[in-house]
Design a protein around this ligand. Structure first.
Ligand SMILES: Nc1ncnc2c1ncn2[C@@H]1O[C@H](COP(=O)(O)OP(=O)(O)OP(=O)(O)O)[C@@H](O)[C@H]1O
Length: 288
Protein backbone atom coordinates (compact mmCIF):
# COMPACT_ATOMS: atom_id res chain seq x y z
CA UNK A 1 0.00 0.00 0.00
CA UNK A 2 1.33 3.41 -0.84
CA UNK A 3 0.79 6.34 1.38
CA UNK A 4 -0.20 9.65 -0.12
CA UNK A 5 2.48 12.27 0.46
CA UNK A 6 1.54 14.51 3.30
CA UNK A 7 0.57 18.00 2.31
CA UNK A 8 1.04 21.15 4.27
CA UNK A 9 -1.82 23.55 4.55
CA UNK A 10 -1.39 27.24 5.00
CA UNK A 11 -2.53 27.88 8.52
CA UNK A 12 -1.62 31.08 10.24
CA UNK A 13 -0.66 30.86 13.92
CA UNK A 14 -3.90 32.59 14.86
CA UNK A 15 -5.97 29.94 13.05
CA UNK A 16 -4.05 27.00 14.45
CA UNK A 17 -5.94 25.13 17.15
CA UNK A 18 -4.33 25.70 20.53
CA UNK A 19 -1.96 22.86 21.46
CA UNK A 20 -2.91 21.31 24.79
CA UNK A 21 -0.36 22.44 27.33
CA UNK A 22 1.13 20.22 29.97
CA UNK A 23 1.25 20.77 33.72
CA UNK A 24 4.57 22.45 33.01
CA UNK A 25 5.27 23.96 29.64
CA UNK A 26 8.59 25.41 28.53
CA UNK A 27 8.84 26.63 24.96
CA UNK A 28 12.18 27.64 23.49
CA UNK A 29 13.28 28.43 27.04
CA UNK A 30 16.72 29.90 27.62
CA UNK A 31 18.53 30.95 30.77
CA UNK A 32 21.76 32.90 30.78
CA UNK A 33 23.61 34.72 33.52
CA UNK A 34 25.51 37.42 31.65
CA UNK A 35 27.31 35.66 28.81
CA UNK A 36 27.04 32.26 30.43
CA UNK A 37 24.22 30.29 28.84
CA UNK A 38 22.96 27.53 31.15
CA UNK A 39 20.44 26.16 28.68
CA UNK A 40 18.86 27.28 25.48
CA UNK A 41 16.07 26.05 23.20
CA UNK A 42 14.49 23.97 25.96
CA UNK A 43 11.11 22.61 24.89
CA UNK A 44 9.47 20.56 27.59
CA UNK A 45 5.88 19.58 28.32
CA UNK A 46 5.44 17.72 31.58
CA UNK A 47 2.09 15.97 31.67
CA UNK A 48 -0.23 15.66 34.69
CA UNK A 49 0.86 12.65 36.73
CA UNK A 50 4.26 12.45 35.03
CA UNK A 51 7.46 12.01 37.07
CA UNK A 52 10.38 13.88 35.52
CA UNK A 53 13.84 13.47 37.08
CA UNK A 54 16.17 16.44 36.52
CA UNK A 55 19.80 15.37 36.55
CA UNK A 56 23.11 17.03 35.79
CA UNK A 57 26.46 17.89 37.39
CA UNK A 58 27.03 20.86 39.69
CA UNK A 59 26.39 24.15 37.97
CA UNK A 60 24.38 22.72 35.05
CA UNK A 61 21.31 24.77 35.96
CA UNK A 62 18.93 22.39 37.72
CA UNK A 63 18.28 24.68 40.68
CA UNK A 64 17.97 27.61 38.29
CA UNK A 65 15.25 25.68 36.46
CA UNK A 66 13.40 25.24 39.77
CA UNK A 67 13.80 28.97 40.41
CA UNK A 68 12.29 29.71 37.00
CA UNK A 69 9.30 27.44 37.75
CA UNK A 70 8.86 29.02 41.18
CA UNK A 71 8.81 32.46 39.56
CA UNK A 72 12.02 33.52 41.34
CA UNK A 73 14.10 33.77 38.16
CA UNK A 74 12.96 35.18 34.80
CA UNK A 75 13.88 33.35 31.60
CA UNK A 76 16.31 35.01 29.22
CA UNK A 77 14.20 33.79 26.31
CA UNK A 78 11.17 31.67 25.44
CA UNK A 79 8.15 31.07 27.61
CA UNK A 80 7.13 29.13 30.69
CA UNK A 81 3.79 28.16 32.18
CA UNK A 82 3.00 26.11 35.26
CA UNK A 83 -0.53 24.69 35.43
CA UNK A 84 -1.50 26.97 32.56
CA UNK A 85 -0.32 30.17 34.23
CA UNK A 86 2.90 32.13 34.52
CA UNK A 87 4.90 30.95 37.50
CA UNK A 88 5.12 33.19 40.52
CA UNK A 89 4.12 33.65 44.10
CA UNK A 90 0.48 34.00 43.11
CA UNK A 91 0.48 30.59 41.42
CA UNK A 92 -1.13 28.32 44.01
CA UNK A 93 -0.85 25.25 41.83
CA UNK A 94 2.78 24.71 42.81
CA UNK A 95 4.05 22.72 45.79
CA UNK A 96 7.76 22.88 46.58
CA UNK A 97 9.81 20.38 48.60
CA UNK A 98 13.35 21.53 49.39
CA UNK A 99 16.33 19.53 50.60
CA UNK A 100 16.32 18.15 54.09
CA UNK A 101 18.33 20.54 56.25
CA UNK A 102 18.68 20.31 59.99
CA UNK A 103 16.58 22.94 61.69
CA UNK A 104 17.71 24.91 64.71
CA UNK A 105 16.91 22.69 67.74
CA UNK A 106 15.66 25.75 69.65
CA UNK A 107 12.98 26.41 67.00
CA UNK A 108 9.62 26.30 68.79
CA UNK A 109 7.37 26.42 65.70
CA UNK A 110 5.14 23.32 65.69
CA UNK A 111 4.88 20.91 62.78
CA UNK A 112 1.28 21.91 62.15
CA UNK A 113 2.32 25.59 61.98
CA UNK A 114 4.94 24.76 59.35
CA UNK A 115 2.33 22.88 57.32
CA UNK A 116 -0.17 25.72 57.72
CA UNK A 117 2.34 28.11 56.15
CA UNK A 118 1.76 26.19 52.92
CA UNK A 119 -1.79 27.57 52.94
CA UNK A 120 -0.79 31.21 53.19
CA UNK A 121 -2.44 33.13 50.42
CA UNK A 122 -5.25 30.58 50.05
CA UNK A 123 -8.79 31.84 50.46
CA UNK A 124 -9.86 30.26 53.76
CA UNK A 125 -11.49 33.37 55.20
CA UNK A 126 -10.98 34.73 58.68
CA UNK A 127 -14.22 33.54 60.27
CA UNK A 128 -14.77 30.43 62.38
CA UNK A 129 -15.72 28.40 59.32
CA UNK A 130 -12.53 29.40 57.51
CA UNK A 131 -10.40 28.53 60.54
CA UNK A 132 -12.16 25.16 60.96
CA UNK A 133 -11.71 24.31 57.29
CA UNK A 134 -8.10 25.31 57.46
CA UNK A 135 -7.44 23.14 60.52
CA UNK A 136 -9.27 20.21 58.94
CA UNK A 137 -7.11 20.48 55.82
CA UNK A 138 -3.88 20.65 57.87
CA UNK A 139 -5.00 17.62 59.94
CA UNK A 140 -5.87 15.72 56.77
CA UNK A 141 -2.48 16.25 55.19
CA UNK A 142 -0.60 15.58 58.47
CA UNK A 143 -2.39 12.22 58.60
CA UNK A 144 -1.60 11.53 54.95
CA UNK A 145 2.15 11.84 55.60
CA UNK A 146 1.95 9.99 58.93
CA UNK A 147 2.98 13.03 61.01
CA UNK A 148 -0.07 13.36 63.28
CA UNK A 149 1.73 12.02 66.35
CA UNK A 150 4.35 14.76 66.40
CA UNK A 151 2.38 17.59 64.77
CA UNK A 152 2.30 19.60 68.00
CA UNK A 153 5.95 19.10 68.96
CA UNK A 154 8.51 21.87 68.31
CA UNK A 155 10.00 21.04 64.89
CA UNK A 156 13.55 21.81 66.05
CA UNK A 157 13.41 18.69 68.23
CA UNK A 158 12.25 16.31 65.48
CA UNK A 159 14.51 13.96 63.51
CA UNK A 160 15.57 14.84 59.96
CA UNK A 161 13.15 12.28 58.52
CA UNK A 162 10.23 13.64 60.58
CA UNK A 163 11.05 17.20 59.53
CA UNK A 164 11.14 16.13 55.91
CA UNK A 165 7.69 14.50 56.15
CA UNK A 166 6.41 17.85 57.41
CA UNK A 167 8.00 19.63 54.44
CA UNK A 168 6.20 17.20 52.14
CA UNK A 169 2.95 17.96 54.00
CA UNK A 170 3.58 21.70 53.62
CA UNK A 171 4.05 21.25 49.87
CA UNK A 172 0.87 19.15 49.54
CA UNK A 173 -1.49 21.11 51.78
CA UNK A 174 -2.42 23.58 49.03
CA UNK A 175 -3.46 20.69 46.74
CA UNK A 176 -0.85 21.46 44.04
CA UNK A 177 -1.05 20.31 40.43
CA UNK A 178 2.73 20.51 40.13
CA UNK A 179 5.24 19.35 42.71
CA UNK A 180 8.77 20.75 42.48
CA UNK A 181 11.28 18.75 44.47
CA UNK A 182 14.90 19.90 44.86
CA UNK A 183 16.94 17.00 46.24
CA UNK A 184 14.30 16.13 48.84
CA UNK A 185 16.04 12.87 49.78
CA UNK A 186 19.49 14.34 50.44
CA UNK A 187 20.90 13.39 53.87
CA UNK A 188 18.01 11.04 54.63
CA UNK A 189 18.76 7.40 55.43
CA UNK A 190 17.50 4.73 53.04
CA UNK A 191 14.34 4.02 55.02
CA UNK A 192 13.34 7.69 55.06
CA UNK A 193 14.28 8.13 51.39
CA UNK A 194 11.76 5.40 50.71
CA UNK A 195 9.09 7.00 52.92
CA UNK A 196 9.45 10.42 51.29
CA UNK A 197 9.58 9.11 47.71
CA UNK A 198 6.52 6.92 48.40
CA UNK A 199 4.60 9.95 49.73
CA UNK A 200 5.43 11.89 46.57
CA UNK A 201 4.44 8.97 44.38
CA UNK A 202 1.17 8.39 46.24
CA UNK A 203 0.24 12.03 45.74
CA UNK A 204 1.05 11.95 42.04
CA UNK A 205 -1.06 8.85 41.48
CA UNK A 206 -3.99 10.01 43.65
CA UNK A 207 -4.24 13.54 42.24
CA UNK A 208 -2.46 13.33 38.87
CA UNK A 209 0.13 15.78 40.16
CA UNK A 210 3.14 16.30 37.90
CA UNK A 211 6.46 15.83 39.70
CA UNK A 212 9.74 17.51 38.74
CA UNK A 213 12.44 15.98 40.87
CA UNK A 214 16.01 17.31 40.97
CA UNK A 215 18.43 14.64 42.09
CA UNK A 216 22.04 13.57 41.69
CA UNK A 217 21.14 9.97 42.44
CA UNK A 218 18.48 8.45 40.21
CA UNK A 219 18.41 4.98 41.79
CA UNK A 220 16.18 5.74 44.81
CA UNK A 221 13.45 6.99 42.45
CA UNK A 222 14.25 5.01 39.29
CA UNK A 223 11.06 2.88 39.40
CA UNK A 224 8.98 6.09 39.50
CA UNK A 225 10.73 8.01 36.72
CA UNK A 226 8.86 8.42 33.43
CA UNK A 227 11.38 10.73 31.80
CA UNK A 228 14.75 12.28 32.56
CA UNK A 229 15.92 15.80 31.74
CA UNK A 230 19.73 15.52 31.84
CA UNK A 231 21.63 18.83 31.70
CA UNK A 232 25.40 19.12 31.10
CA UNK A 233 27.28 22.31 30.19
CA UNK A 234 24.48 23.83 28.14
CA UNK A 235 23.56 20.53 26.43
CA UNK A 236 20.57 18.48 27.45
CA UNK A 237 18.63 15.33 26.64
CA UNK A 238 15.05 14.48 27.49
CA UNK A 239 13.63 10.97 27.35
CA UNK A 240 12.83 7.83 29.28
CA UNK A 241 15.66 6.49 31.50
CA UNK A 242 16.23 3.62 29.05
CA UNK A 243 17.17 6.16 26.36
CA UNK A 244 18.99 8.82 28.38
CA UNK A 245 20.82 6.69 30.98
CA UNK A 246 23.03 4.94 28.43
CA UNK A 247 26.79 5.00 27.84
CA UNK A 248 26.23 6.48 24.39
CA UNK A 249 23.96 9.36 25.46
CA UNK A 250 25.91 10.31 28.59
CA UNK A 251 29.28 10.10 26.77
CA UNK A 252 27.86 12.46 24.16
CA UNK A 253 26.50 14.86 26.79
CA UNK A 254 29.67 14.90 28.91
CA UNK A 255 31.95 14.94 25.84
CA UNK A 256 34.04 12.10 27.29
CA UNK A 257 33.72 8.37 27.84
CA UNK A 258 31.08 7.50 30.41
CA UNK A 259 30.00 3.95 31.11
CA UNK A 260 26.51 3.19 32.28
CA UNK A 261 26.20 -0.23 33.85
CA UNK A 262 22.96 -1.84 34.96
CA UNK A 263 23.27 -4.05 38.00
CA UNK A 264 20.00 -5.67 39.04
CA UNK A 265 17.59 -2.71 39.18
CA UNK A 266 20.30 -0.08 39.70
CA UNK A 267 21.94 2.21 37.16
CA UNK A 268 25.64 2.85 37.85
CA UNK A 269 27.36 5.71 36.05
CA UNK A 270 31.14 5.48 35.82
CA UNK A 271 33.41 7.98 34.11
CA UNK A 272 36.93 9.34 33.97
CA UNK A 273 35.63 12.79 34.80
CA UNK A 274 35.16 13.77 38.43
CA UNK A 275 32.30 15.97 37.32
CA UNK A 276 29.60 13.36 36.89
CA UNK A 277 26.21 14.31 38.24
CA UNK A 278 26.21 11.20 40.39
CA UNK A 279 29.48 12.18 42.13
CA UNK A 280 28.35 15.29 43.92
CA UNK A 281 25.48 16.63 45.96
CA UNK A 282 23.90 19.86 44.94
CA UNK A 283 22.82 23.00 46.70
CA UNK A 284 19.48 24.56 47.43
CA UNK A 285 17.10 27.11 45.98
CA UNK A 286 17.60 30.45 47.69
CA UNK A 287 14.39 32.43 47.98
CA UNK A 288 15.03 36.01 46.88
N1 LIG B 1 21.76 34.72 40.21
C1 LIG B 1 22.84 34.24 39.60
N2 LIG B 1 23.70 35.07 38.96
C2 LIG B 1 24.79 34.59 38.31
N3 LIG B 1 25.10 33.28 38.25
C3 LIG B 1 24.30 32.41 38.86
C4 LIG B 1 23.13 32.84 39.58
N4 LIG B 1 22.51 31.74 40.07
C5 LIG B 1 23.27 30.69 39.70
N5 LIG B 1 24.34 31.08 38.98
C6 LIG B 1 25.34 30.21 38.37
O1 LIG B 1 24.67 29.40 37.41
C7 LIG B 1 25.20 28.08 37.43
C8 LIG B 1 24.08 27.10 37.62
O2 LIG B 1 23.64 27.17 38.96
P1 LIG B 1 22.54 26.19 39.52
O3 LIG B 1 22.53 26.39 40.99
O4 LIG B 1 21.29 26.36 38.78
O5 LIG B 1 23.15 24.79 39.14
P2 LIG B 1 22.80 23.36 39.68
O6 LIG B 1 22.77 22.46 38.50
O7 LIG B 1 21.60 23.37 40.53
O8 LIG B 1 24.08 23.07 40.54
P3 LIG B 1 24.24 22.26 41.89
O9 LIG B 1 24.14 20.84 41.49
O10 LIG B 1 25.58 22.63 42.36
O11 LIG B 1 23.14 22.70 42.81
C9 LIG B 1 26.26 28.06 38.52
O12 LIG B 1 27.51 28.20 37.92
C10 LIG B 1 25.93 29.25 39.38
O13 LIG B 1 27.08 29.78 39.97
Amino acid sequence: MTTAPSTTTDVTPADRPAQPRGAVSLRGAALAYGRRVLWNGLDLEVQPGEFLAVLGPNGSGKTSLMRVLLGLQPLSGGSVEVAGRPPGRGNREIGYIPQQRSLDPTLTLRGRDLVGLGLDGHAWGLGLRGRKDRKARVDEVLAAVGATDYADAPIGLLSGGEQQRLRVAQALVGDPRVLLCDEPLLSLDLAHQRVVSDLIDTRRKAADTAVLFVTHEINPVLPLVDRVLYLVDGRFRIGPPSEVMTSETLSELYGTTVDVVRVRDQVLVVGATGKLCEDQPHHVVQES
